[in-house]
Design a binder for this molecule. Structure first.
Ligand SMILES: *[C@@H]1O[C@H](CO)[C@@H](O)[C@H](O)[C@H]1NC(C)=O
Ligand SMILES: *[C@@H]1O[C@H](CO)[C@@H](O)[C@H](O)[C@H]1NC(C)=O
Length: 243
């Protein structure tokens, strides 16, 4: 087995700096979905989603606004608003057990991300982080976080971020998250104990693990996975899974 120091040392030998930031959060099979929610996924059309998207344990009736068409197999449906399939816990096998595992994996990922200790940054900006540039690391806020103006998430392609928010996460209207230096949305995790709200025409980057709801207001865009333990509500939003 490789030692924990082998891979960073190897990268350094190659001439690159070792990755900065916490160990990656393993999303398991939850990472197969652009949007995964336990109590529903709603859209005010037209949203533009690069899927798949899924609800469990609730059934397909909780996916509203999609005008979805059930496939003849009964295993998934399709919608003009989604590139990729829509899944629900009351579709035909193997969809229900596959989704049960994905929901469990989402819970495991949430527990892992919230459980990380020894943050590099504690209560940065007293929870008001508009205008800041966020370098790799584990961030913890014992409070809600509000982003009232643009932020930059800056680091290399292999660097990682975990943002632990205790309370709500609110992104203001027209506020943008921007990546710089090669930072990748797939390596950024926002883990939030309460609701997540993105204002109209805002832009999000990263994986969002929400204990409750995630709401994207009109015209907002996200280079994200939205993984919610209650509802995901979209108002003509664009969501693309990070590569
Ligand atoms: C989902 O992801 C896992 C691991 O990330 C993979 O092994 C699996 O084949 C994927 N597909 C389904 C339908 O779960
Ligand atoms: C963050 O804190 C951890 C634990 O104290 C430390 O090992 C790591 O180097 C820090 N990372 C950064 C990017 O400062």
């Amino acid at each position: 087995m490789l030692s924990n120091t082998f891979i960073p040392a190897f990268l350094t030998l190659l001439g690159g700096a070792a990755a900065l930031g916490p160990a990656a959060v393993n999303l398991g099979t939850a990472g197969n979905y652009t949007i995964l929610a336990e109590t529903g996924i709603t859209t005010v059309p037209p949203s533009v989603i690069t899927g798949p998207i899924a609800v469990s344990p609730i059934g397909a009736a909780a996916m509203t606004g999609w005008s979805q068409t059930l496939d003849s197999s009964g295993k998934f449906s399709t919608s003009t608003q989604v590139t990729g399939d829509l899944f629900a816990a009351d579709y035909a096998n193997p969809t229900p057990p596959t989704l049960t595992i994905a929901i469990a994996d989402m819970g495991t990922a949430y527990g892992d991300a919230t459980g990380r200790t020894s943050p590099n940054f504690t209560n940065l900006g007293s929870g008001l982080i508009g205008g800041l540039t966020l370098t790799p690391g584990l961030y913890n806020w014992a409070t809600a976080v509000s982003i009232g103006s643009d932020i930059t998430i800056s680091g290399a392609a292999t660097d990682t971020w975990i943002f632990q928010v205790t309370g709500t996460l609110t992104v203001g209207s027209a506020v943008r998250m921007t990546l710089s230096g090669g930072a990748r949305a797939a390596n950024i995790v926002w883990v939030v104990t309460d609701s997540i709200t993105a204002g109209s025409t805002s832009h999000l980057e990263g994986v969002f693990l929400g204990k409750t709801s995630i709401t994207l207001d009109t015209g907002s865009t996200a280079n994200s996975r939205l993984l919610a333990q209650t509802l995901v509500a979209l108002q003509s939003a664009t969501v693309t899974a990070p590569s």
